[in-house]
Design a protein around this ligand. Structure first.
Ligand SMILES: O=C(O)CCC(=O)C(=O)O
Length: 261
């Protein structure tokens, strides 16, 4: 699987400008590298302009979703499209979307863990459904969003349900970059999954984002690591057989004893 990650400098509060950036990026990466999958970061339409999120968020099946469906079809690429703010009957959610190259929505997930340090519970509603696996190019995969990374139960449950690739989307603060790096690597090793993480750069109200988008193998090898502070396109090949080989050699998932913990 050839994966392209957009480590993006999201323009907070400017969804039109961010959609333009994504359109230009995708056009360029598809022309130059022909990836199978393109991956975007967390909340890439609005950034963390939370006080205005009610006005900025998309309607369900709204502008950004339709824009992504058209782009995926036009470029014949699967879009693991990070997450966007979406208005629902329960309030605004931070929703991850994956769209097939045919333009079909193949997965959605609303971030379940809201971040108190960023005041998210004041402006956003947490998802009510557990993160579920889905099929992408014949492989079982899962997606989770930023703060979910601190809750190993999320990725463990995706791995137990068969995921071999975990997609993570972040606008993680630079102040805690070490945690991002260490926890992503831990999630890859403990679940014997590839971890493909798209982060953001730039800053909002003086707080910088961590960059360090990355691709990590099930063995824990860092196959690619972006800069901490520049927009960047990272294209990486992953060999999915590595997950099977590691699982056979070290059968962690089979050796779990959930009744004892
Ligand atoms: O857990 C953290 O340190 C940051 C989480 C975060 O920034 C987010 O979920 O958007």
């Amino acid at each position: 699987m050839k994966v392209a990650i957009y480590q993006m400098d999201v323009q907070a509060g400017k969804p039109d400008a961010n959609r333009d950036k994504v359109q230009r990026w995708l056009q360029e990466v598809v022309e130059q590298q022909r990836p199978d999958v393109a991956v975007l970061p967390e909340m890439w339409t609005t950034g963390y302009a939370l006080p205005d999120i009610e006005q900025l968020a998309d309607e369900e099946n709204g502008t950004t979703q339709q824009f992504l469906q058209a782009l995926a079809k036009e470029h014949a690429v699967d879009l693991v499209a990070g997450s966007i703010a979406v208005k629902t009957d329960d309030g605004v959610v931070n929703r991850a979307l994956t769209i097939s190259r045919k333009g079909e929505i193949i997965h959605t997930y609303d971030k379940i863990h809201l971040v108190p340090m960023l005041d998210e519970p004041r402006y956003l509603s947490g998802g009510k459904a557990k993160a579920k696996t889905y099929e992408l190019q014949g492989t079982t995969v899962g997606s989770f969003i930023c703060y979910d990374l601190r809750f190993p139960e999320v990725t463990r449950s995706l791995a137990v349900d068969g995921a071999k690739v975990l997609f993570a989307f972040g606008e993680w603060p630079a102040a805690r970059r070490d945690h991002w790096d260490a926890l992503l690597r831990a999630r890859a090793i403990e679940n014997q999954c590839f971890v493909i993480a798209a982060g953001a750069v730039g800053s909002y109200k003086g707080a910088a984002f961590s960059g360090h988008s990355t691709v990590i193998s099930p063995w824990g090898n860092v196959l690619a690591l972006a800069t901490p502070d520049q927009e960047e396109t990272m294209v990486t090949h992953i060999d999915l057989a590595e997950a099977d080989e590691f699982r056979e050699a070290v059968p962690v998932l089979k050796n779990r004893l959930p009744d004892l913990y």
